[in-house]
Write a new protein. Structure first.
Length: 279
């Protein structure tokens, strides 16, 4: 699929206004669209911009034209930790690092554990599963943040979590994590000790773990756990895509209604009379 430039997406939204009078919601990707479809009004036109920066650029272009009734939803990522503020009141951030972390934090995780987990294994695990997931993901989140702050451009996509996460305890091995990321990034010259020190320095700052941990990491660690520590599933039956879909479907409407994200959407509706987002 050819990726559309933000200016093209903005022009498409302009042209659609003559036929569609409802609000436009611009999101990063397919997963965000599927999440939002459950909670937005039928009159809302959801537009996928294929990336956070592209969402921001579409909104910037339409803001300059004073185009009404359009709002963008983006993952917070490290914006709150870094103190980054978007210049537009038409950009809304996820409550936590991203939408997946919102799902893991909710009772959707408990329902997924019932569906894919073993009650006996979860009891024998002896720890709160949500706490175990977040504890394992914090060092990865710290390394991601360090990479962003220092412009190392480390590569985390395709990371083999089973090589650095203990499949019985779900504890993470920082040295194995760093080696795996160095290998994925083709950066053998980077010092393991220096990267580990950077992780420990960021951990000591005690950032909100739900702002520093990535949903990608949490879902992948959960997948590792459901194969042995928490269940007896095959890698295919609990892959990341299956778990993301299951978490979305297990997320209750009332939890979304009580979320900060829903409250911010309601505030946007007040500021934009005549345009509706939520059902």
């Amino acid at each position: 699929m050819i990726r559309r430039r933000p200016v093209v997406i903005a022009n498409e939204i302009r042209m659609k206004r003559s036929q569609l009078q409802g609000s436009f919601l611009v999101v990063e990707g397919r997963d965000e669209r599927l999440f939002c479809e459950r909670f937005v009004d039928a009159s809302v036109n959801i537009v996928v911009a294929e990336g956070k920066e592209d969402v921001g650029e579409v909104i910037r272009i339409l803001d300059e034209d004073r185009f009404p009734g359009v709002v963008g939803l983006v993952d917070a990522d490290f914006d709150r930790i870094e103190g980054n503020e978007w210049p537009s009141a038409n950009i809304i951030l996820s409550d936590t690092h991203d939408l997946e972390t919102m799902l893991i934090l909710s009772s959707a995780l408990d329902r997924v554990l019932v569906e894919f987990g073993s009650r006996e294994k979860i009891e024998a695990f002896g720890r709160d599963v949500r706490e175990a997931l977040i504890t394992a993901a914090i060092p990865i989140g710290c390394l991601r943040l360090h990479s962003q702050q220092t412009e190392l451009n480390l590569r985390f996509q395709g990371l083999s979590y089973s090589t650095c996460v203990n499949q019985q305890s779900l504890e993470i091995n920082s040295a194995a994590l760093i080696d795996a990321v160095k290998n994925r990034s083709q950066r053998p010259e980077l010092s393991l000790d220096e990267l580990d020190a950077a992780i420990q320095t960021l951990k000591a700052l005690e950032y909100d773990p739900w702002q520093i941990c990535s949903g990608d990491d949490l879902v992948s660690i959960l997948a590792v756990g459901l194969r042995r520590a928490l269940g007896t599933n095959s890698a295919a039956s609990v892959n990341d895509e299956v778990l993301r879909r299951s978490l979305r479907l297990a997320y209750h409407d009332n939890e979304f209604s009580n979320s900060q994200l829903a409250a911010v959407f309601r505030e946007w509706e007040v500021r934009n009379p005549g345009y509706q987002i939520l059902r």
